[in-house]
Design a protein around this ligand. Structure first.
Ligand SMILES: Nc1ncnc2c1ncn2[C@@H]1O[C@H](COP(=O)(O)OP(=O)(O)OP(=O)(O)O)[C@@H](O)[C@H]1O
Ligand SMILES: [Mg+2]
Length: 293
């Protein structure tokens, strides 16, 4: 099947981007194999939260990439490079974790997501994985601002850019001012609301953009996805069981068809299922979801 690059970002606050990335990857429709890459220029959280080793991860991937992956490389070898630098969370979820230190994270991203494809590696290893049949790369791009150059190439290259925002008036007011700019970042932007606040219909009216869904406030579900429950609990109350996980599954089902269509006869198992994500009310034309009007 075709591969998918899903870039997830916020523009203000901490609405739950990292948590959502893990949930989406854990729930992405089969037969895709999802991998999370922590591409947050502010530094990563996953390694600390889940007690992962320092290496392998984003730093080792960048070091290996510096060591000679072909520019523009989209071959099998490049794809293997990315998977080799992943660690596996409970539930068999591979993640390429970033160091918590922002400077080191930015240094690695500058190698892996360099916009200059002629002088450097460009998006070599990352795009290679996204071009690998059956792979879904969920990139946690963190809080994006004009000073986040390392992740802009990722957003621009993504099949889908998911922007997660809180739905309270102050958060939406901030977003409203930036909608035209943000809409230009991606060919396929999607807006998701996080937690309580204004309804989808109200946001669509105010911003001129119809959110695709609302990610529920679910501290228990988020705790599992933030490494605050035991490995055992991942299975008992993890992504498959929690409200947050169920919603992520439904959002993944909505996002999957927006990415390149798999060859006939090999459609993702749940892609055709009627989605029931918490689109709480109001208009939700999928062709308009997340697009600046
Ligand atoms: N849907 C949710 N319901 C309840 N709590 C959540 C939810 N999503 C995330 N959280 C909690 O909120 C906190 C921040 O989440 P997370 O790290 O995913 O946010 P973020 O947007 O990635 O933040 P940052 O921009 O700082 O990286 C964590 O403690 C997490 O457990
Ligand atoms: Mg984060």
């Amino acid at each position: 099947m075709s591969a998918v690059l899903v870039a997830v970002a916020s523009v203000k606050g901490s609405p739950g981007v990292t948590t959502l990335c893990l949930a989406l990857a854990a729930c992405w429709p089969e037969p895709a194999r999802a991998i999370v890459v922590e591409a947050d220029p502010s530094g990563g959280d996953i390694a600390m939260r889940f007690g992962l080793a320092q290496s392998p991860g984003l730093l080792s991937l960048a070091a290996a990439a510096r060591g000679g992956v072909a520019p523009h490389g989209r071959g099998t070898e490049d794809a293997r490079l990315l998977w080799r630098h992943a660690q596996t969370l409970s539930g068999n979820l591979p993640v390429v974790a970033s160091p918590p230190d922002a400077a080191r994270a930015r240094g690695a991203l500058a190698v892996l997501a360099a916009p200059d494809l002629t002088g450097g590696l460009g998006l070599g290893p990352l795009l290679a994985a996204a071009a690998h049949p059956g792979a879904v790369l969920v990139a946690d791009c963190g809080r994006v601002d004009p000073g986040s150059p390392p992740v802009m190439p990722l957003l621009r290259s993504a099949d889908v850019m998911v922007l997660l925002t809180g739905a309270h008036a102050d958060e939406l007011a901030h977003l409203a001012r930036r909608i035209p700019e943000i809409g230009a970042w991606s060919r396929n932007p999607v807006l998701l609301l996080a937690g309580a606040g204004h309804s989808i219909a109200a946001v669509a009216r105010e911003l001129g953009v119809a959110p695709l869904a609302r990610v529920p406030f679910d501290p228990r579900g988020a705790a599992v996805l933030s490494g605050r429950r035991s490995v055992l609990r991942w299975h008992h109350s993890g992504p498959g069981r929690s409200l947050l996980g169920q919603c992520a599954r439904e959002i993944a089902d909505l996002l999957a068809p927006r990415a390149p269509v798999p060859p006939a006869g090999r459609r993702p198992k749940r892609a055709g299922r009627r989605a029931t994500a918490r689109r709480d009310d109001g208009p939700n034309d999928p062709n308009m979801a997340g697009r600046a009007s």
